[in-house]
Design a protein around this ligand. Structure first.
Ligand SMILES: [Zn+2]
Length: 284
């Protein structure tokens, strides 16, 4: 959602609000005299410069002339000293995470008495990046997945109804992280042996796992999709699949979310849910 809004220049930054007629202070919340625009907040502000520079990426934002944050990140990634497409692609989530973290800090400063501390921004980035990394290693790390792992080795190719070329295949997985006391759910697609994360939900360890999974599904289904968009969502839990197909089976704790998922899906039936054990590619 954050990135969607940024793409459309729609973040409720002070300059954008002033442009829309709000009578508010429009100066940068990190204490400089500039007006708060996207390029200022994420790139030109001394605070943002410090964040980018302190990261191991050692970026000097002065060298970049692009105005739009999207062009700027695009330029920066193409400018990296590597021809390795895999490394370049891994930079995209990192750059997005950095922007998101700066934006989160900005909101804390404005609304929650937060500090202007760039270390907070850096910690948040490393925490999220670590979680994303873990999400990819999930099946080999968490015994939870073993529950649905079949006794025989799963076939390396997808079932025929899943591999249907007219729809995109989305995979859902989740893990517990005892160290950070969190659980995370991630939806991703898989193409040319590369993983493309779509959405991640991180919740407290105390939260119910399947509730978090359906919440994450609902969030992603609510994002703007083309009416003709078709996705097969593979979930490694048979119970949840039954509940999605027959909502009366869902426990009370999250039956309301299942109801909502059914309602979101009813006009065009864009989303199909199917059981698929963890893919061999991701297993140890
Ligand atoms: Zn500033």
């Amino acid at each position: 959602m954050f990135w969607w809004r940024t793409l459309h220049n729609g973040l409720p930054l002070r300059q954008n609000l002033v442009r829309r007629g709000f009578r508010i202070e429009y100066s940068c919340p990190f204490g400089c005299d500039e007006s708060e625009s996207e390029s200022h907040l994420f790139k030109d502000c001394p605070f943002a410069k410090l964040v980018w520079f302190e990261l191991k990426l050692m970026i000097r934002t002065e060298s970049i002339s692009q105005n739009s944050i999207i062009d700027w990140i695009d330029f920066w990634i193409r400018d990296q000293d590597t021809n390795n497409a895999h490394i370049r692609n891994s930079l995209i989530p990192e750059a997005i995470t950095i922007c998101w973290s700066i934006y989160t800090q900005r909101n804390q400063v404005l609304f929650q008495d937060g500090k202007r501390d760039h270390n907070d921004v850096l910690h948040r980035v490393s925490h999220v990046m670590k979680n994303i990394q873990h999400a990819f290693e999930l099946p080999s790390l968490d015994p939870f997945f073993a529950l649905d792992r079949p006794h025989h080795r799963p076939a390396p190719s997808l079932p025929r109804h899943v591999a249907n070329s007219s729809s995109i295949t989305i995979f859902c997985c989740w893990r517990k992280d005892a160290l950070s006391r969190t659980k995370s759910v991630i939806l991703y697609s898989y193409h040319n042996s590369r993983i493309y994360p779509l959405i991640m939900l991180v919740v407290n360890m105390k939260n119910n796992m399947l509730t978090s999974v359906v919440q994450c599904l609902r969030r992603w289904m609510l994002m703007p999709h083309d009416p003709h968009f078709k996705a097969v969502i593979c979930i490694p839990n048979r119970n949840l699949i039954s509940q999605l197909h027959q909502r009366t089976l869902a426990p009370l704790t999250y039956s309301i979310i299942i109801d909502d998922i059914v309602a979101i899906n009813s006009p065009y039936g864009n989303f199909t849910f199917t059981f698929l054990p963890q893919l061999e590619a991701a297993a140890p």
